[in-house]
Design a protein around this ligand. Structure first.
Ligand SMILES: Nc1ncnc2c1ncn2[C@@H]1O[C@H](COP(=O)(O)OP(=O)(O)OP(=O)(O)O)[C@@H](O)[C@H]1O
Ligand SMILES: [Mg+2]
Length: 270
């Protein structure tokens, strides 16, 4: 049974991931000891892609959970459901991952309330177990189970941070947008555009990233550059493609838009 579930969560084909530094080796070593790992970095810089790649490389199933503030511990752990025969327990994604030996990726974990976050504590220390209080069961994690969380250090207010007792259960890795040459390579490959266009898109992003904290909350992500490249590869005229993917999603402020449009015009002329 758990074999069948594991199969369903396997990453079947190799995801394209271009290592930026020694992150693959570091992750492998952490996984060898089943150390919980925290990935920190801005939106669209490759955190999720990296986890998919590592799950593929290690041959482990991957269960991803997008966290949000309405999420309860039951959403992670499981709950009793009513059906025609009465009540039936249904495992949540964290419980499933612990049972089948998956890598469980909790995306944007700070979004969850602290009383939700603490359910991961017994799984992330020597106990490696998950108590299902409502069901009266203690799940011992499968030997291959590992927990990974992601977190964007930019957005948090003081209210929204992880407790030290949660943070200090993880080894942490910093992610950021790759350097210009590498990022252009990624954009060219992912979007299917030539090196020259990819390079220009990256140059636009560098201008926008300098505006972070000066009118922009966040710079243009690698993800958006890939979008821009994809639109261009579809035959959309570069200015329109950039407007849709690099300007309009980022800001509603008219001055900021103008600044971004000017950056686009520097590299693509109509
Ligand atoms: N090192 C990389 N190798 C290959 N592709 C990459 C890399 N970095 C970024 N990308 C590209 O950027 C896109 C966005 O990356 P990803 O979805 O992993 O971001 P993320 O860091 O998880 O963002 P978020 O915090 O918003 O979830 C990917 O779909 C991929 O196209
Ligand atoms: Mg992600």
């Amino acid at each position: 049974m758990s074999e069948k579930i594991a199969e369903q969560y396997k990453v079947k084909t190799e995801p394209f991931y271009r290592p930026v530094s020694n992150e693959v080796e570091l992750y492998q070593a952490a996984y060898a000891r089943r150390m919980p790992v925290m990935l920190k970095g801005p939106t669209g810089c490759g955190k999720s892609r990296f986890v998919e790649y590592m799950a593929w490389k290690l041959g482990r199933p991957l269960i991803t959970v997008a966290c949000n503030e309405d999420m309860t511990a039951s959403d992670l752990v499981g709950r009793f459901l009513l059906d025609k025969d009465g009540t039936k327990w249904q495992d949540g994604p964290l419980t499933t991952a612990a049972r089948i030996g998956a890598i469980c990726y909790l995306d944007e974990v700070v979004e969850a309330r602290q009383d939700t976050t603490v359910v991961i504590h017994p799984l992330t220390d020597h106990r490696r177990s998950l108590p299902l209080d409502k069901k009266g069961e203690l799940v011992e994690a499968h030997k291959d189970f590992q927990l990974v969380i992601s977190y964007n250090p930019g957005y948090q207010s003081l209210m929204k941070d992880l407790k030290q007792s949660t943070k200090q259960r993880f080894g942490a890795m910093n992610f950021d947008y790759p350097d210009a040459v590498l990022e252009a390579e990624i954009v060219a490959k992912e979007a299917g555009v030539d090196a020259d266009i990819a390079k220009k898109l990256v140059q636009i992003a560098h201008r926008a990233r300098n505006l972070k904290g000066h009118g922009l909350d966040e710079g243009i992500s690698t993800r958006l550059l890939v979008y821009a490249g994809q639109m261009i590869a579809e035959g959309v005229e570069p200015l329109a493609a950039c407007q849709m993917t690099l300007v309009t999603p980022l800001t509603d402020d008219p001055d900021m838009r103008e600044t971004l449009e000017a950056a686009v015009h520097t590299f693509f002329v109509s």
